[in-house]
Design a protein around this ligand. Structure first.
Ligand code: AMP
Length: 273
């Protein structure tokens, strides 16, 4: 990267765990627009998986990933090994206060500690000017911005919108676990989020009522378990009792055991995302 920097090139960076899809491609395109060269990393980070999570079964499709990145004219691909990222004796971690105790952090203790630590390490290794993350992982985006600000990291964070299937289902590497019938059922998640957003747009301020509307189509669908549906301030992720400005509706749902997360932004009277 030193050579690229000497040439005066702006470095754009997209960290991923591989099993690349159209969501990742959109991040690469955004990085391309904002910088001169694009670096993508693929690293299935063990530190962000809990003991009962799907680390061993997480989809790994390196050959197809490389092809996709070639087609997007990505200049550099970084695929470090576990020993390189977590050598013997490793003991330095990035920890947060309030911000990781809610939403995903509550259900996945240690997850954001793993995410933030690997992202910080990748930033140090690659020294990007800009890094692009997806709104799909909304709490992650807030946390990374917080870390960069709190630790004076010299990188600009850009957030790209969630890419969805025609059915509304957010594209995810974990969708590979599903067959067509399951994918069809999974579309209940976005239907729930949309009805919540529509209620907010129409002036509803009662969080309980809105959450009920989000849950309805999901709970009517076979094979779902809703872990949480939450309405939070879009910027601070503070939990809200009443709607009063721009909010984030976020949720985690298990469909036939596979854990899916999604979110949607909403504001009273706004008819655009
Ligand atoms: P992952 O490989 O799942 O760790 O995701 C790598 C990056 O891609 C993260 O910044 C995600 O938020 C982002 N991402 C994943 N799915 C989507 C999607 N459907 N739309 C936009 N960004 C996404």
């Amino acid at each position: 990267m030193q050579t690229e920097r000497r040439k005066g090139h702006r470095i754009g960076f997209v960290p991923t765990m591989g099993a690349l899809h159209e969501g990742h491609s959109s991040l690469v395109r955004k990085a391309r627009k904002l910088s001169d060269i694009v670096v993508v990393s693929i690293f299935v980070n063990p530190a962000q998986f809990g003991p009962s999570e799907d680390l061993a079964n997480y989809p790994r499709t390196l050959r197809a990933d490389k092809k996709l990145l070639r087609n997007l004219d990505v200049e550099y691909l970084f695929t470090p090994g576990n020993d390189e990222m977590y050598p013997d004796g490793f003991q330095t971690w990035i920890e947060f206060e309030e911000i990781t105790r809610k939403l995903e952090g509550k259900f996945r203790p240690g997850h954001f500690r793993g995410v933030a630590t690997i992202v910080a390490k990748l930033f140090n290794a690659i020294t990007p000017d800009i890094a692009v993350f997806g709104q799909k992982d909304a709490q992650q985006a807030v946390i990374i911005k917080r870390m960069v600000q709190d630790l004076n990291m010299p990188v600009k964070i850009s957030i790209a919108p969630t890419v969805r299937e025609k059915s509304g289902l957010a594209i995810s590497s974990r969708n590979r676990y599903f067959n067509a019938e399951q994918l069809d059922r999974a579309s209940c998640i976005y239907r729930g989020l949309r009805s919540g957003r529509d209620l907010i747009r129409s002036g509803e301020t009662d969080v309980g009522k809105i959450i009920k509307a989000v849950r309805k189509p999901i709970e009517e669908t076979k094979g779902t378990i809703t872990e949480y549906v939450s309405i939070n301030d879009a910027l601070t992720l503070e939990k809200l009792d009443r709607i009063d400005g721009k909010v984030l509706i976020s949720l985690a749902v298990r469909l036939d055991g596979v854990r899916l997360i999604d979110n949607i932004a909403a504001a009273p009277g706004k008819s655009k995302d």
